[in-house]
Design a protein around this ligand. Structure first.
Ligand code: ADP
Ligand code: MG
Length: 288
């Protein structure tokens, strides 16, 4: 039999766009000692605006750098893709049709465009290829930078900026007041991660994290005796959501993430996540 209070609170929370798939995990909210948040679209709005477009090849104008990237991004659902597409539309750029589009998990996208192999990728990917990042791609501003590569050569980069959600600050204070460590894991670069972490007063952060590393971060924390919740929104996050003591799939998310999570939250607002944890604690207390 399902305890009445639990049944009621499950029903109530569902109305707010919250689905508790694993009640035991939810009731374990009281044991929580650490929570790992995603950055993009969770602690930040996930609405990127293009701040700079730089060509680093004499063969390409800025517009061509943007058009090349946008042609690929029309196939991607990443918030970075949306920012690049919006800019290309504003500038009325004509885009070629990509072929053999492929996502490079946690690193970017690639496709064939006008017979050439094109990639729009993270700084980490560029370094992996043995290429040097252009000096002007580093900035004090917390910019997310993606690089455009054609047939293995760097043709330029696009810098974008996202904003911190106002609600993140309050949510983090609520959690920290409960002695829950608040940690961020992001695929984005060190500069951006550090800026967001400092701004929000996080206990720790991990930058340039590959999807498969998220699971290891959780395992390591668990080995140190932490009881860990984690939020995730992508297919990539499924192993980490499964590893976490409480896995929370956020946002419209992908089905894979939702299938692995203990809790599904339609809204990815961190305030709802903080409330949910307090709610889980309260529900358990009432049952006693
Ligand atoms: P997060 O959700 O923490 O921002 P992701 O794993 O989604 O991290 O992405 C990590 C990095 O991979 C991004 O910061 C970006 O450099 C690159 N990337 C991911 N998807 C795309 C895309 N569609 N276009 C360009 N770059 C991308
Ligand atoms: Mg992501």
């Amino acid at each position: 039999a399902v305890p009445l209070v639990v049944a009621i609170s499950t029903a109530v929370s569902a109305k707010k766009g919250l689905l508790i798939r694993n009640r035991t995990a939810f009731e374990n909210a009281r044991k929580l000692t650490a929570i790992i948040f995603d950055k993009t679209g969770t602690l930040t709005k996930g609405e990127f605006g293009v701040t700079r477009i730089i060509s680093s090849s004499s063969a390409y104008t800025k517009d061509q750098v943007l058009a090349t990237a946008a042609a690929l991004e029309s196939n991607s659902e990443h918030p970075i893709a949306a920012g690049i597409m919006r800019k290309a539309e504003e500038m009325n750029l004509k885009l070629s049709e990509p072929r053999d589009f492929q996502g490079l998990t946690g690193k970017g996208v690639e496709a064939t465009l006008d017979g050439k192999k094109v990639r729009v990728v993270s700084p980490g990917y560029v370094k992996e290829q043995g290429l040097t990042l252009p000096e002007n791609s580093f900035s004090d501003e917390s910019e997310t930078v993606v690089f455009v590569m054609v047939d293995g050569a760097l043709i330029g980069f696009i810098a974008l900026a996202d904003e911190i959600r106002e609600d993140s600050r309050e949510a983090i204070q609520t959690l920290k007041a409960r002695n829950i460590k608040v940690i961020m894991a992001t695929g984005d670069n060190e500069t951006v991660a550090k800026a967001v972490s400092t701004n929000l007063g996080l206990d720790n952060y991990y930058a340039e994290v590959m999807p498969e590393d998220k699971q290891k971060i959780i395992k390591d924390l668990q080995a140190q005796g932490e009881f860990v919740a984690m939020t995730g929104d992508g297919v990539n996050d499924a192993p980490a959501l499964a590893q976490a003591n409480i896995g929370i799939a956020v946002g419209s998310g992908t089905d894979v993430a939702a299938e692995t999570a203990d809790i599904i939250l339609v809204n990815s607002n961190p305030r709802d996540i903080a409330n949910l944890i307090l709610f889980g604690t309260a529900t358990y207390r009432k049952m006693m």
